[in-house]
Every structure is written in structure tokens, then in C-alpha cells.
Design a protein around this ligand. Sequence first.
Ligand SMILES: [Zn+2]
Length: 337
Amino acid sequence: MIDRLEAIQKEAHEAVQTAGDLKTLEDLRVKYLGKSGLVTEILKGLGQVPAETRPQVGKACNEMKNKITLQLDLKREELEGKGSVVTPREWDPTLPGRVTPLGKTHPLTAVQKEICDIFKGFGFDLAEGPDVESDYYNFLALNFPPDHPARDAQDTFYLGRDVLMRTHTSPIQIHVMEKFKPPHKFVAPGRVYRHEAIDATHHHLFHQVEGFLVDEGIHFGHLKGILDSFIKKFFGPRIKTRFRPSFFPFTEPSAEMDISCVFCEGKGCRICKQSGWVEMMGCGMIDPAVFKNCGIDSEKWTGFAFGMGVERVAMFKYDVDDIRLFYQNDLRFLKQF
Ligand SMILES: [Zn+2]
């Protein structure tokens, strides 16, 4: 019995392989698997097989049926696809094409670029500096003497006794002033690092845009004019600015610039804590001690510097209340921009 099954299977296999069209293939299906086909007849006659060999024969019969079915299916696919690279089932020209998802600029990158572009429009050039600095460039040359209390305000990641991750973009001022002769007119964007606990408004990594301008006869009025124009270009012409006295070792006098709240336009709201004003950036006239460190004659040249946090600007621009959202790479957040 088993021998006969094997013979039928062999014969079926050869017949299927040589079938040249779908009609022949259908005839073969009827011959073997049809209602009175060879395989069907054998399955019907299983009752007459002696009981002791019946399970074995039954199993062989089913296997043969499955094999022939598979061979018929494969051959049909082959014949249907004949003459074309893909079968019509695979390629339907009326279906819409697949859309390739496009990446977007991260909101922080976009805001940083927007800030720099506005200053480029004012005639500023772009400068860069390294993320890893020596104590000299990050502190000493910027008039932070050793043991100066202002160093404590910028909790620093030290990589060695004298090597650190820059805590602000201000070292770029020193690099530029050492390399080039005044006048200077630069904005310098970059990452900065602080050894700080992370919460809704603090992160150990954030971005700043530094700006500085050095020329003959520069005074505080120029600083106010440039920054006020920048804010009106960035947030709109209705936003007002004000300057409050402050302290930074590398500027004298120093100031904090506030802007009228972009959400309530000065009326008072949750964001501005009902004051109508929000703090935007630090700035000031470059301290003569900094000029001296760079070999620049402070009797002839004067200038101003400012530094703003890109995250802070972006949070006001987009009404984002948690700085951590910018770093979590959550597409639900990022897709909004
Ligand atoms: Zn407000």
C-alpha cells in the first residue's frame, strides 16, 4: 500500500512539474484531489485497510495529499506570474504610493538658527568654540579670579584639575579676541554644561547663544538698541524690554534684560507670576579687565556682550513649561513643531 502511495506521489509530482498552462494544472488537480480523484479514492478506501496498519497508511495518505496540494499551488503561482516581473496581485498602479516619513528640525535647533539668523541680519558673524575648555578660558580670562564666589554659581563638571566642560559660551569671546584684531561683531551658539539637578527649569546640558560687539565708541545705548530690536523681531513688535542692574565678572556695568510677558502682554499671568515681565538674558559692557587679558586697549575699544539660553527662549516661544521635554525624544512632543 505504502509503495502504491509513493508511486502516485511521484507520478503526480512529475505531471505537475511538466504542466504548461493553468488548464492542464486544473485537470491534474481533478485527477488527484477531485471528488473521485486518485487520492480521494484511497482516503475513502481506508476502511478496508487492516486495523494494525491503518494509522500508518492514513498518515502517509494525508502527507501525500498535502504535498500534492502544495506542488499544485506553487505551480499555479509560477504559471500566473509568467511573463511579468511582479504578479498583478502585488502591484496595483491605482493604489496611492507609500509615503516616506520625513524628519524635521528639532525645536531647539530651529530656535537657535532663528536667533542667529536675526543677528546675521544685523551684520553679526558666526563663531564657535570647543565644549571642553581650560579653567583659563572658562573663568580666569573672563575675570573670575581663583576663589571668586561667582564660580560657585556655575557648578562645573571638571574633567581634570584644569580641564572642564564649559559652563557658558563666553569663552568664545576670548578665543575670538585672541585670534583676531577688533572690531568684532559675533554671535556664538553652543552647548553648555552645569553640574545641576534636573527639574522642570534646569538641565545639566543646555544651549546658549553668546553675542558680542567691539568697536570704537560703543556704549550701553547700542546694547539696548540691538537687544530691543532682536526681541521685537523674534517675539513681535508689541513686546517691550527693560534692563535691570546685575552682576557678571566679565561685564561692567552688567544688566539683566526682561521682556514684557509674551503670553499676557504685561497684564500678569501664571507664567510671569502676575508681574507682567519675564527675565530673558544677561548682558553688559565688556569689562576692561577682559580686554586687558586679550591684549586689547580698553581706552580705544569698547564693546558689549550678551548671552541667552536657547531652551528658555524656546519655552517662551512655544509655551513649553518643562525643559526636560526637549531631551526625551518623545515623537508626540516633537511632532508639534
Ligand atoms: Zn504673563
